[in-house]
Design a protein around this ligand. Structure first.
Ligand code: ADP
Length: 623
């Protein structure tokens, strides 16, 4: 029989695979084992309706002949007849949609091969000659397909039982690649474990081991070993799995010393069918917010490993999730449109996201303590998710957010906050700062609390940026008690304040002149009770945001600072009197400003000068 040429597109694919140095060649084994497993499935199905077909001892076997550089993979599946060998192995891309490859560069091509494999042809990544000896069930004759990549031929062959035996003649080592590794039993065993551990049928290999005799001596023997564990935990029936099994799986898989906070094991059937076993860790990985963090989510297709770090199937705001998604429909076949892959991936992602969200919602509702633990670990990630893309995902995430509040120093959701707002309160009050303690001590706090309002503590650097993007919740605007006009007062109180400001016009403009490079305004305010002064910002960038941006080396970011003075504080009355008597008040004005800076957690421009001024005052008072 004459040697036949491969079809053009197959030839191109073959060249691509044989030569691409980017490709992960390990996957050839996964591909061949998957095919063998499919062939066993097909035989199984046939055997159900055809009495002549047995399905007694299904298995896949791998043998290595190091000396002759040969590795064989055999199965007792359905097998192929002559026409099938011709049709199935002589050409690829039967669905005829291989054109998309035209615009891809070598790296992208390699990526596709690596993720989805290209089936049988991936054998040529590691072998320069491939033989397929196959005998179809219920047929008498066997056939041998043989190829050296340039073309192929089919001759009759000798094979006793139905099934397929694939022989790979492993390439010689090159500078880039050590093909010898594929002749190493341990190496192959590891690859089976890594990529094909959950194939339903036993994958057997001869493995060297020691036989211990009664006299204590041992002897080296070769034993047939089933290398794969066959059934993945997520494919087992839920009622057969103990909590401990889940925990062990999780802890081994993710090298985590603590048990997962939540385990989510579920199955979806419908247009997107898959099984998933997901975990929410109980602690934040130390590198969670660095580039080193790797998403612990694996993608499988019918028990066959496809990829680690499967970013495609979960949103970044849920990147804390770990586990496995095993799809029923993801095709391992490159001969489908890449678009379709994207479509499948998107559908998976949507579904996985939805499940995580509903799990969190349920936790929030029914297991508050657990949820708070979760939020301590990963709450910031949800906030970043809300902030990202100018709030594109805020509707998904907003009700999962919590903030500590003045009420009981406990977490509240925005929904809870709004539901218990005081009558007549129209805004959601917050104060941003480094910690709950520091915020609680802010001079601006007293008055708001006196009036009985609840204030959210914004201690996460993202908090205030977040509200500047999402602006409102349930029609209620977010309002910083450290910014702009607070509007807590009655009409009479407002009129009274205006009167006082008018009355003190002169001294206020004098102080403003003294501090002109430092503050944009000086005014009397009703915000204060015990303290004489405070710093607030106008409604744009807040002082806290300025601090954060500075830490991020954005030196240009400046909040518009306003010095507010407590008109009822004795210090103001005294100062006013001094001024009216013609005493120079500039030293005192800058001292007040420095105090306000300190209370706002800002650095003094000249700490030494401040210390001297305070010492002098102390001397005056003490002498
Ligand atoms: P895919 O498996 O994605 O369809 P492949 O190129 O891997 O593509 O295989 C092409 C076809 O060859 C398979 O669909 C199957 O019909 C046949 N085939 C491959 N390996 C085997 C095998 N071990 N036993 C029976 N048929 C096989």
């Amino acid at each position: 029989m004459a040697i036949k040429e491969f079809k053009t597109e197959s030839k191109r694919l073959l060249d691509m695979m044989a030569n691409s140095i980017y490709t992960n060649t390990d996957i050839f084994l996964r591909e061949l084992i998957s095919n063998a497993s499919d062939a066993l499935d097909k035989r199984h199905i046939l055997s159900l309706t055809d009495d002549r077909i047995s399905f007694d001892d299904p298995k896949i076997r791998i043998d290595i002949d190091k000396e002759n550089r040969i590795i064989t993979i055999s199965d007792n599946g359905i097998g192929m007849d002559k026409k099938e060998l011709e049709d199935n192995l002589g050409t690829i891309a039967r669905s005829g949609s291989f054109e998309f490859k035209k615009d891809l560069d070598e790296k992208q091509e390699a990526d596709i091969i690596g993720q989805f494999g290209v089936g049988f042809y991936s054998a040529f990544m590691v072998a320069d000659q491939v033989e397929v000896l196959s005998k179809k069930v219920n047929e008498d004759k066997a056939y041998l397909w043989h190829s050296d990549m340039n073309g192929y031929e089919i001759t009759s062959g000798e094979k006793e039982d139905a099934g397929t035996l694939i022989t790979l003649h492993i390439k010689k080592n090159t500078k880039e690649k050590k093909y010898d590794q594929y002749l190493d039993t341990m190496e192959i065993k590891n690859l089976v474990k890594r990529y094909s551990d959950f194939i339903r049928y036993p994958i057997q290999m001869m493995v060297e081991s020691y036989d211990y005799k009664e006299d204590g001596k041992s002897e080296k023997v070769n034993k047939l070993e089933t290398v794969n564990s066959m059934q993945p935990i997520w494919k087992k029936n839920k009622k057969d799995i103990k909590d401990e099994d889940y925990e062990n799986f999780y802890m081994q898989e993710y090298y985590d010393y603590s048990k997962p906070l939540k385990t989510i094991h579920y199955k979806v059937e419908g247009s997107t069918s898959y099984t998933a076993l997901l975990f929410i860790p109980s602690q934040r990985p130390f590198n969670f917010y660095t580039n080193d963090y790797k998403l612990g989510l694996k993608l499988y297709s019918r028990g066959v490993f496809i990829k680690d770090e499967a970013k495609e199937i979960v949103s970044d705001y849920f990147r804390f999730i770990r586990g496995v998604v095993d799809s029923d429909d993801l095709s391992l076949n490159i001969s489908r449109e890449i678009l379709q892959q994207d479509y499948q991936m998107n559908a998976l992602k949507k579904s996985v996201d939805k499940k995580i969200k509903s799990t969190l919602e349920k936790m929030l509702e029914k297991e508050r303590e657990e949820y708070e633990k979760f939020f301590d670990a990963f709450g910031s990630q949800l906030k970043y998710g809300c902030y990202d893309g100018f709030g594109a995902n805020k509707d998904v995430l907003i009700d999962l957010l919590m903030f500590k509040s003045t009420k009981e120093d406990k977490y509240v959701t925005l929904k809870e906050y709004v539901s218990r707002m005081k009558e007549g309160q129209n805004e959601i009050y917050y104060a941003a700062g480094e910690s709950v303690d520091k915020i609680r001590q802010l001079p601006q706090m007293e008055k708001v609390l006196d009036k009985g309002y609840e204030v959210l503590y914004f201690t996460d650097s993202v908090d205030e940026f977040l509200t500047s993007i999402i602006m409102e919740y349930d029609g209620k605007q977010f309002k910083s008690i450290l910014k702009g006009d607070l509007d807590l007062d009655s009409k009479e109180e407002k009129d009274e304040l205006e009167r006082k400001n008018e009355e003190s016009k002169d001294i206020l403009s004098k102080i403003k002149e003294i501090l002109k490079d430092k503050v944009s305004d000086v005014r009397l305010s009703s915000r204060l009770k015990t303290y004489p002064v405070c710093l607030v910002s106008d409604n744009n960038l807040s002082i806290e945001m300025e601090k954060i941006l500075r830490q991020m080396n954005q030196e240009g970011a400046k909040a518009n600072k306003i010095l507010e003075i407590n008109p009822d504080h004795e210090l103001f009355a005294v100062l006013k009197k001094l001024d009216e008597q013609g005493t120079d008040i500039s030293e005192y004005a800058s001292l007040l400003y420095d105090q306000a800076l300190l209370m706002a957690g800002l650095e003094l421009e000249d700490p030494a000068k401040y210390a001297l001024q305070v010492s002098e005052l102390m001397l005056k008072a003490l002498k």
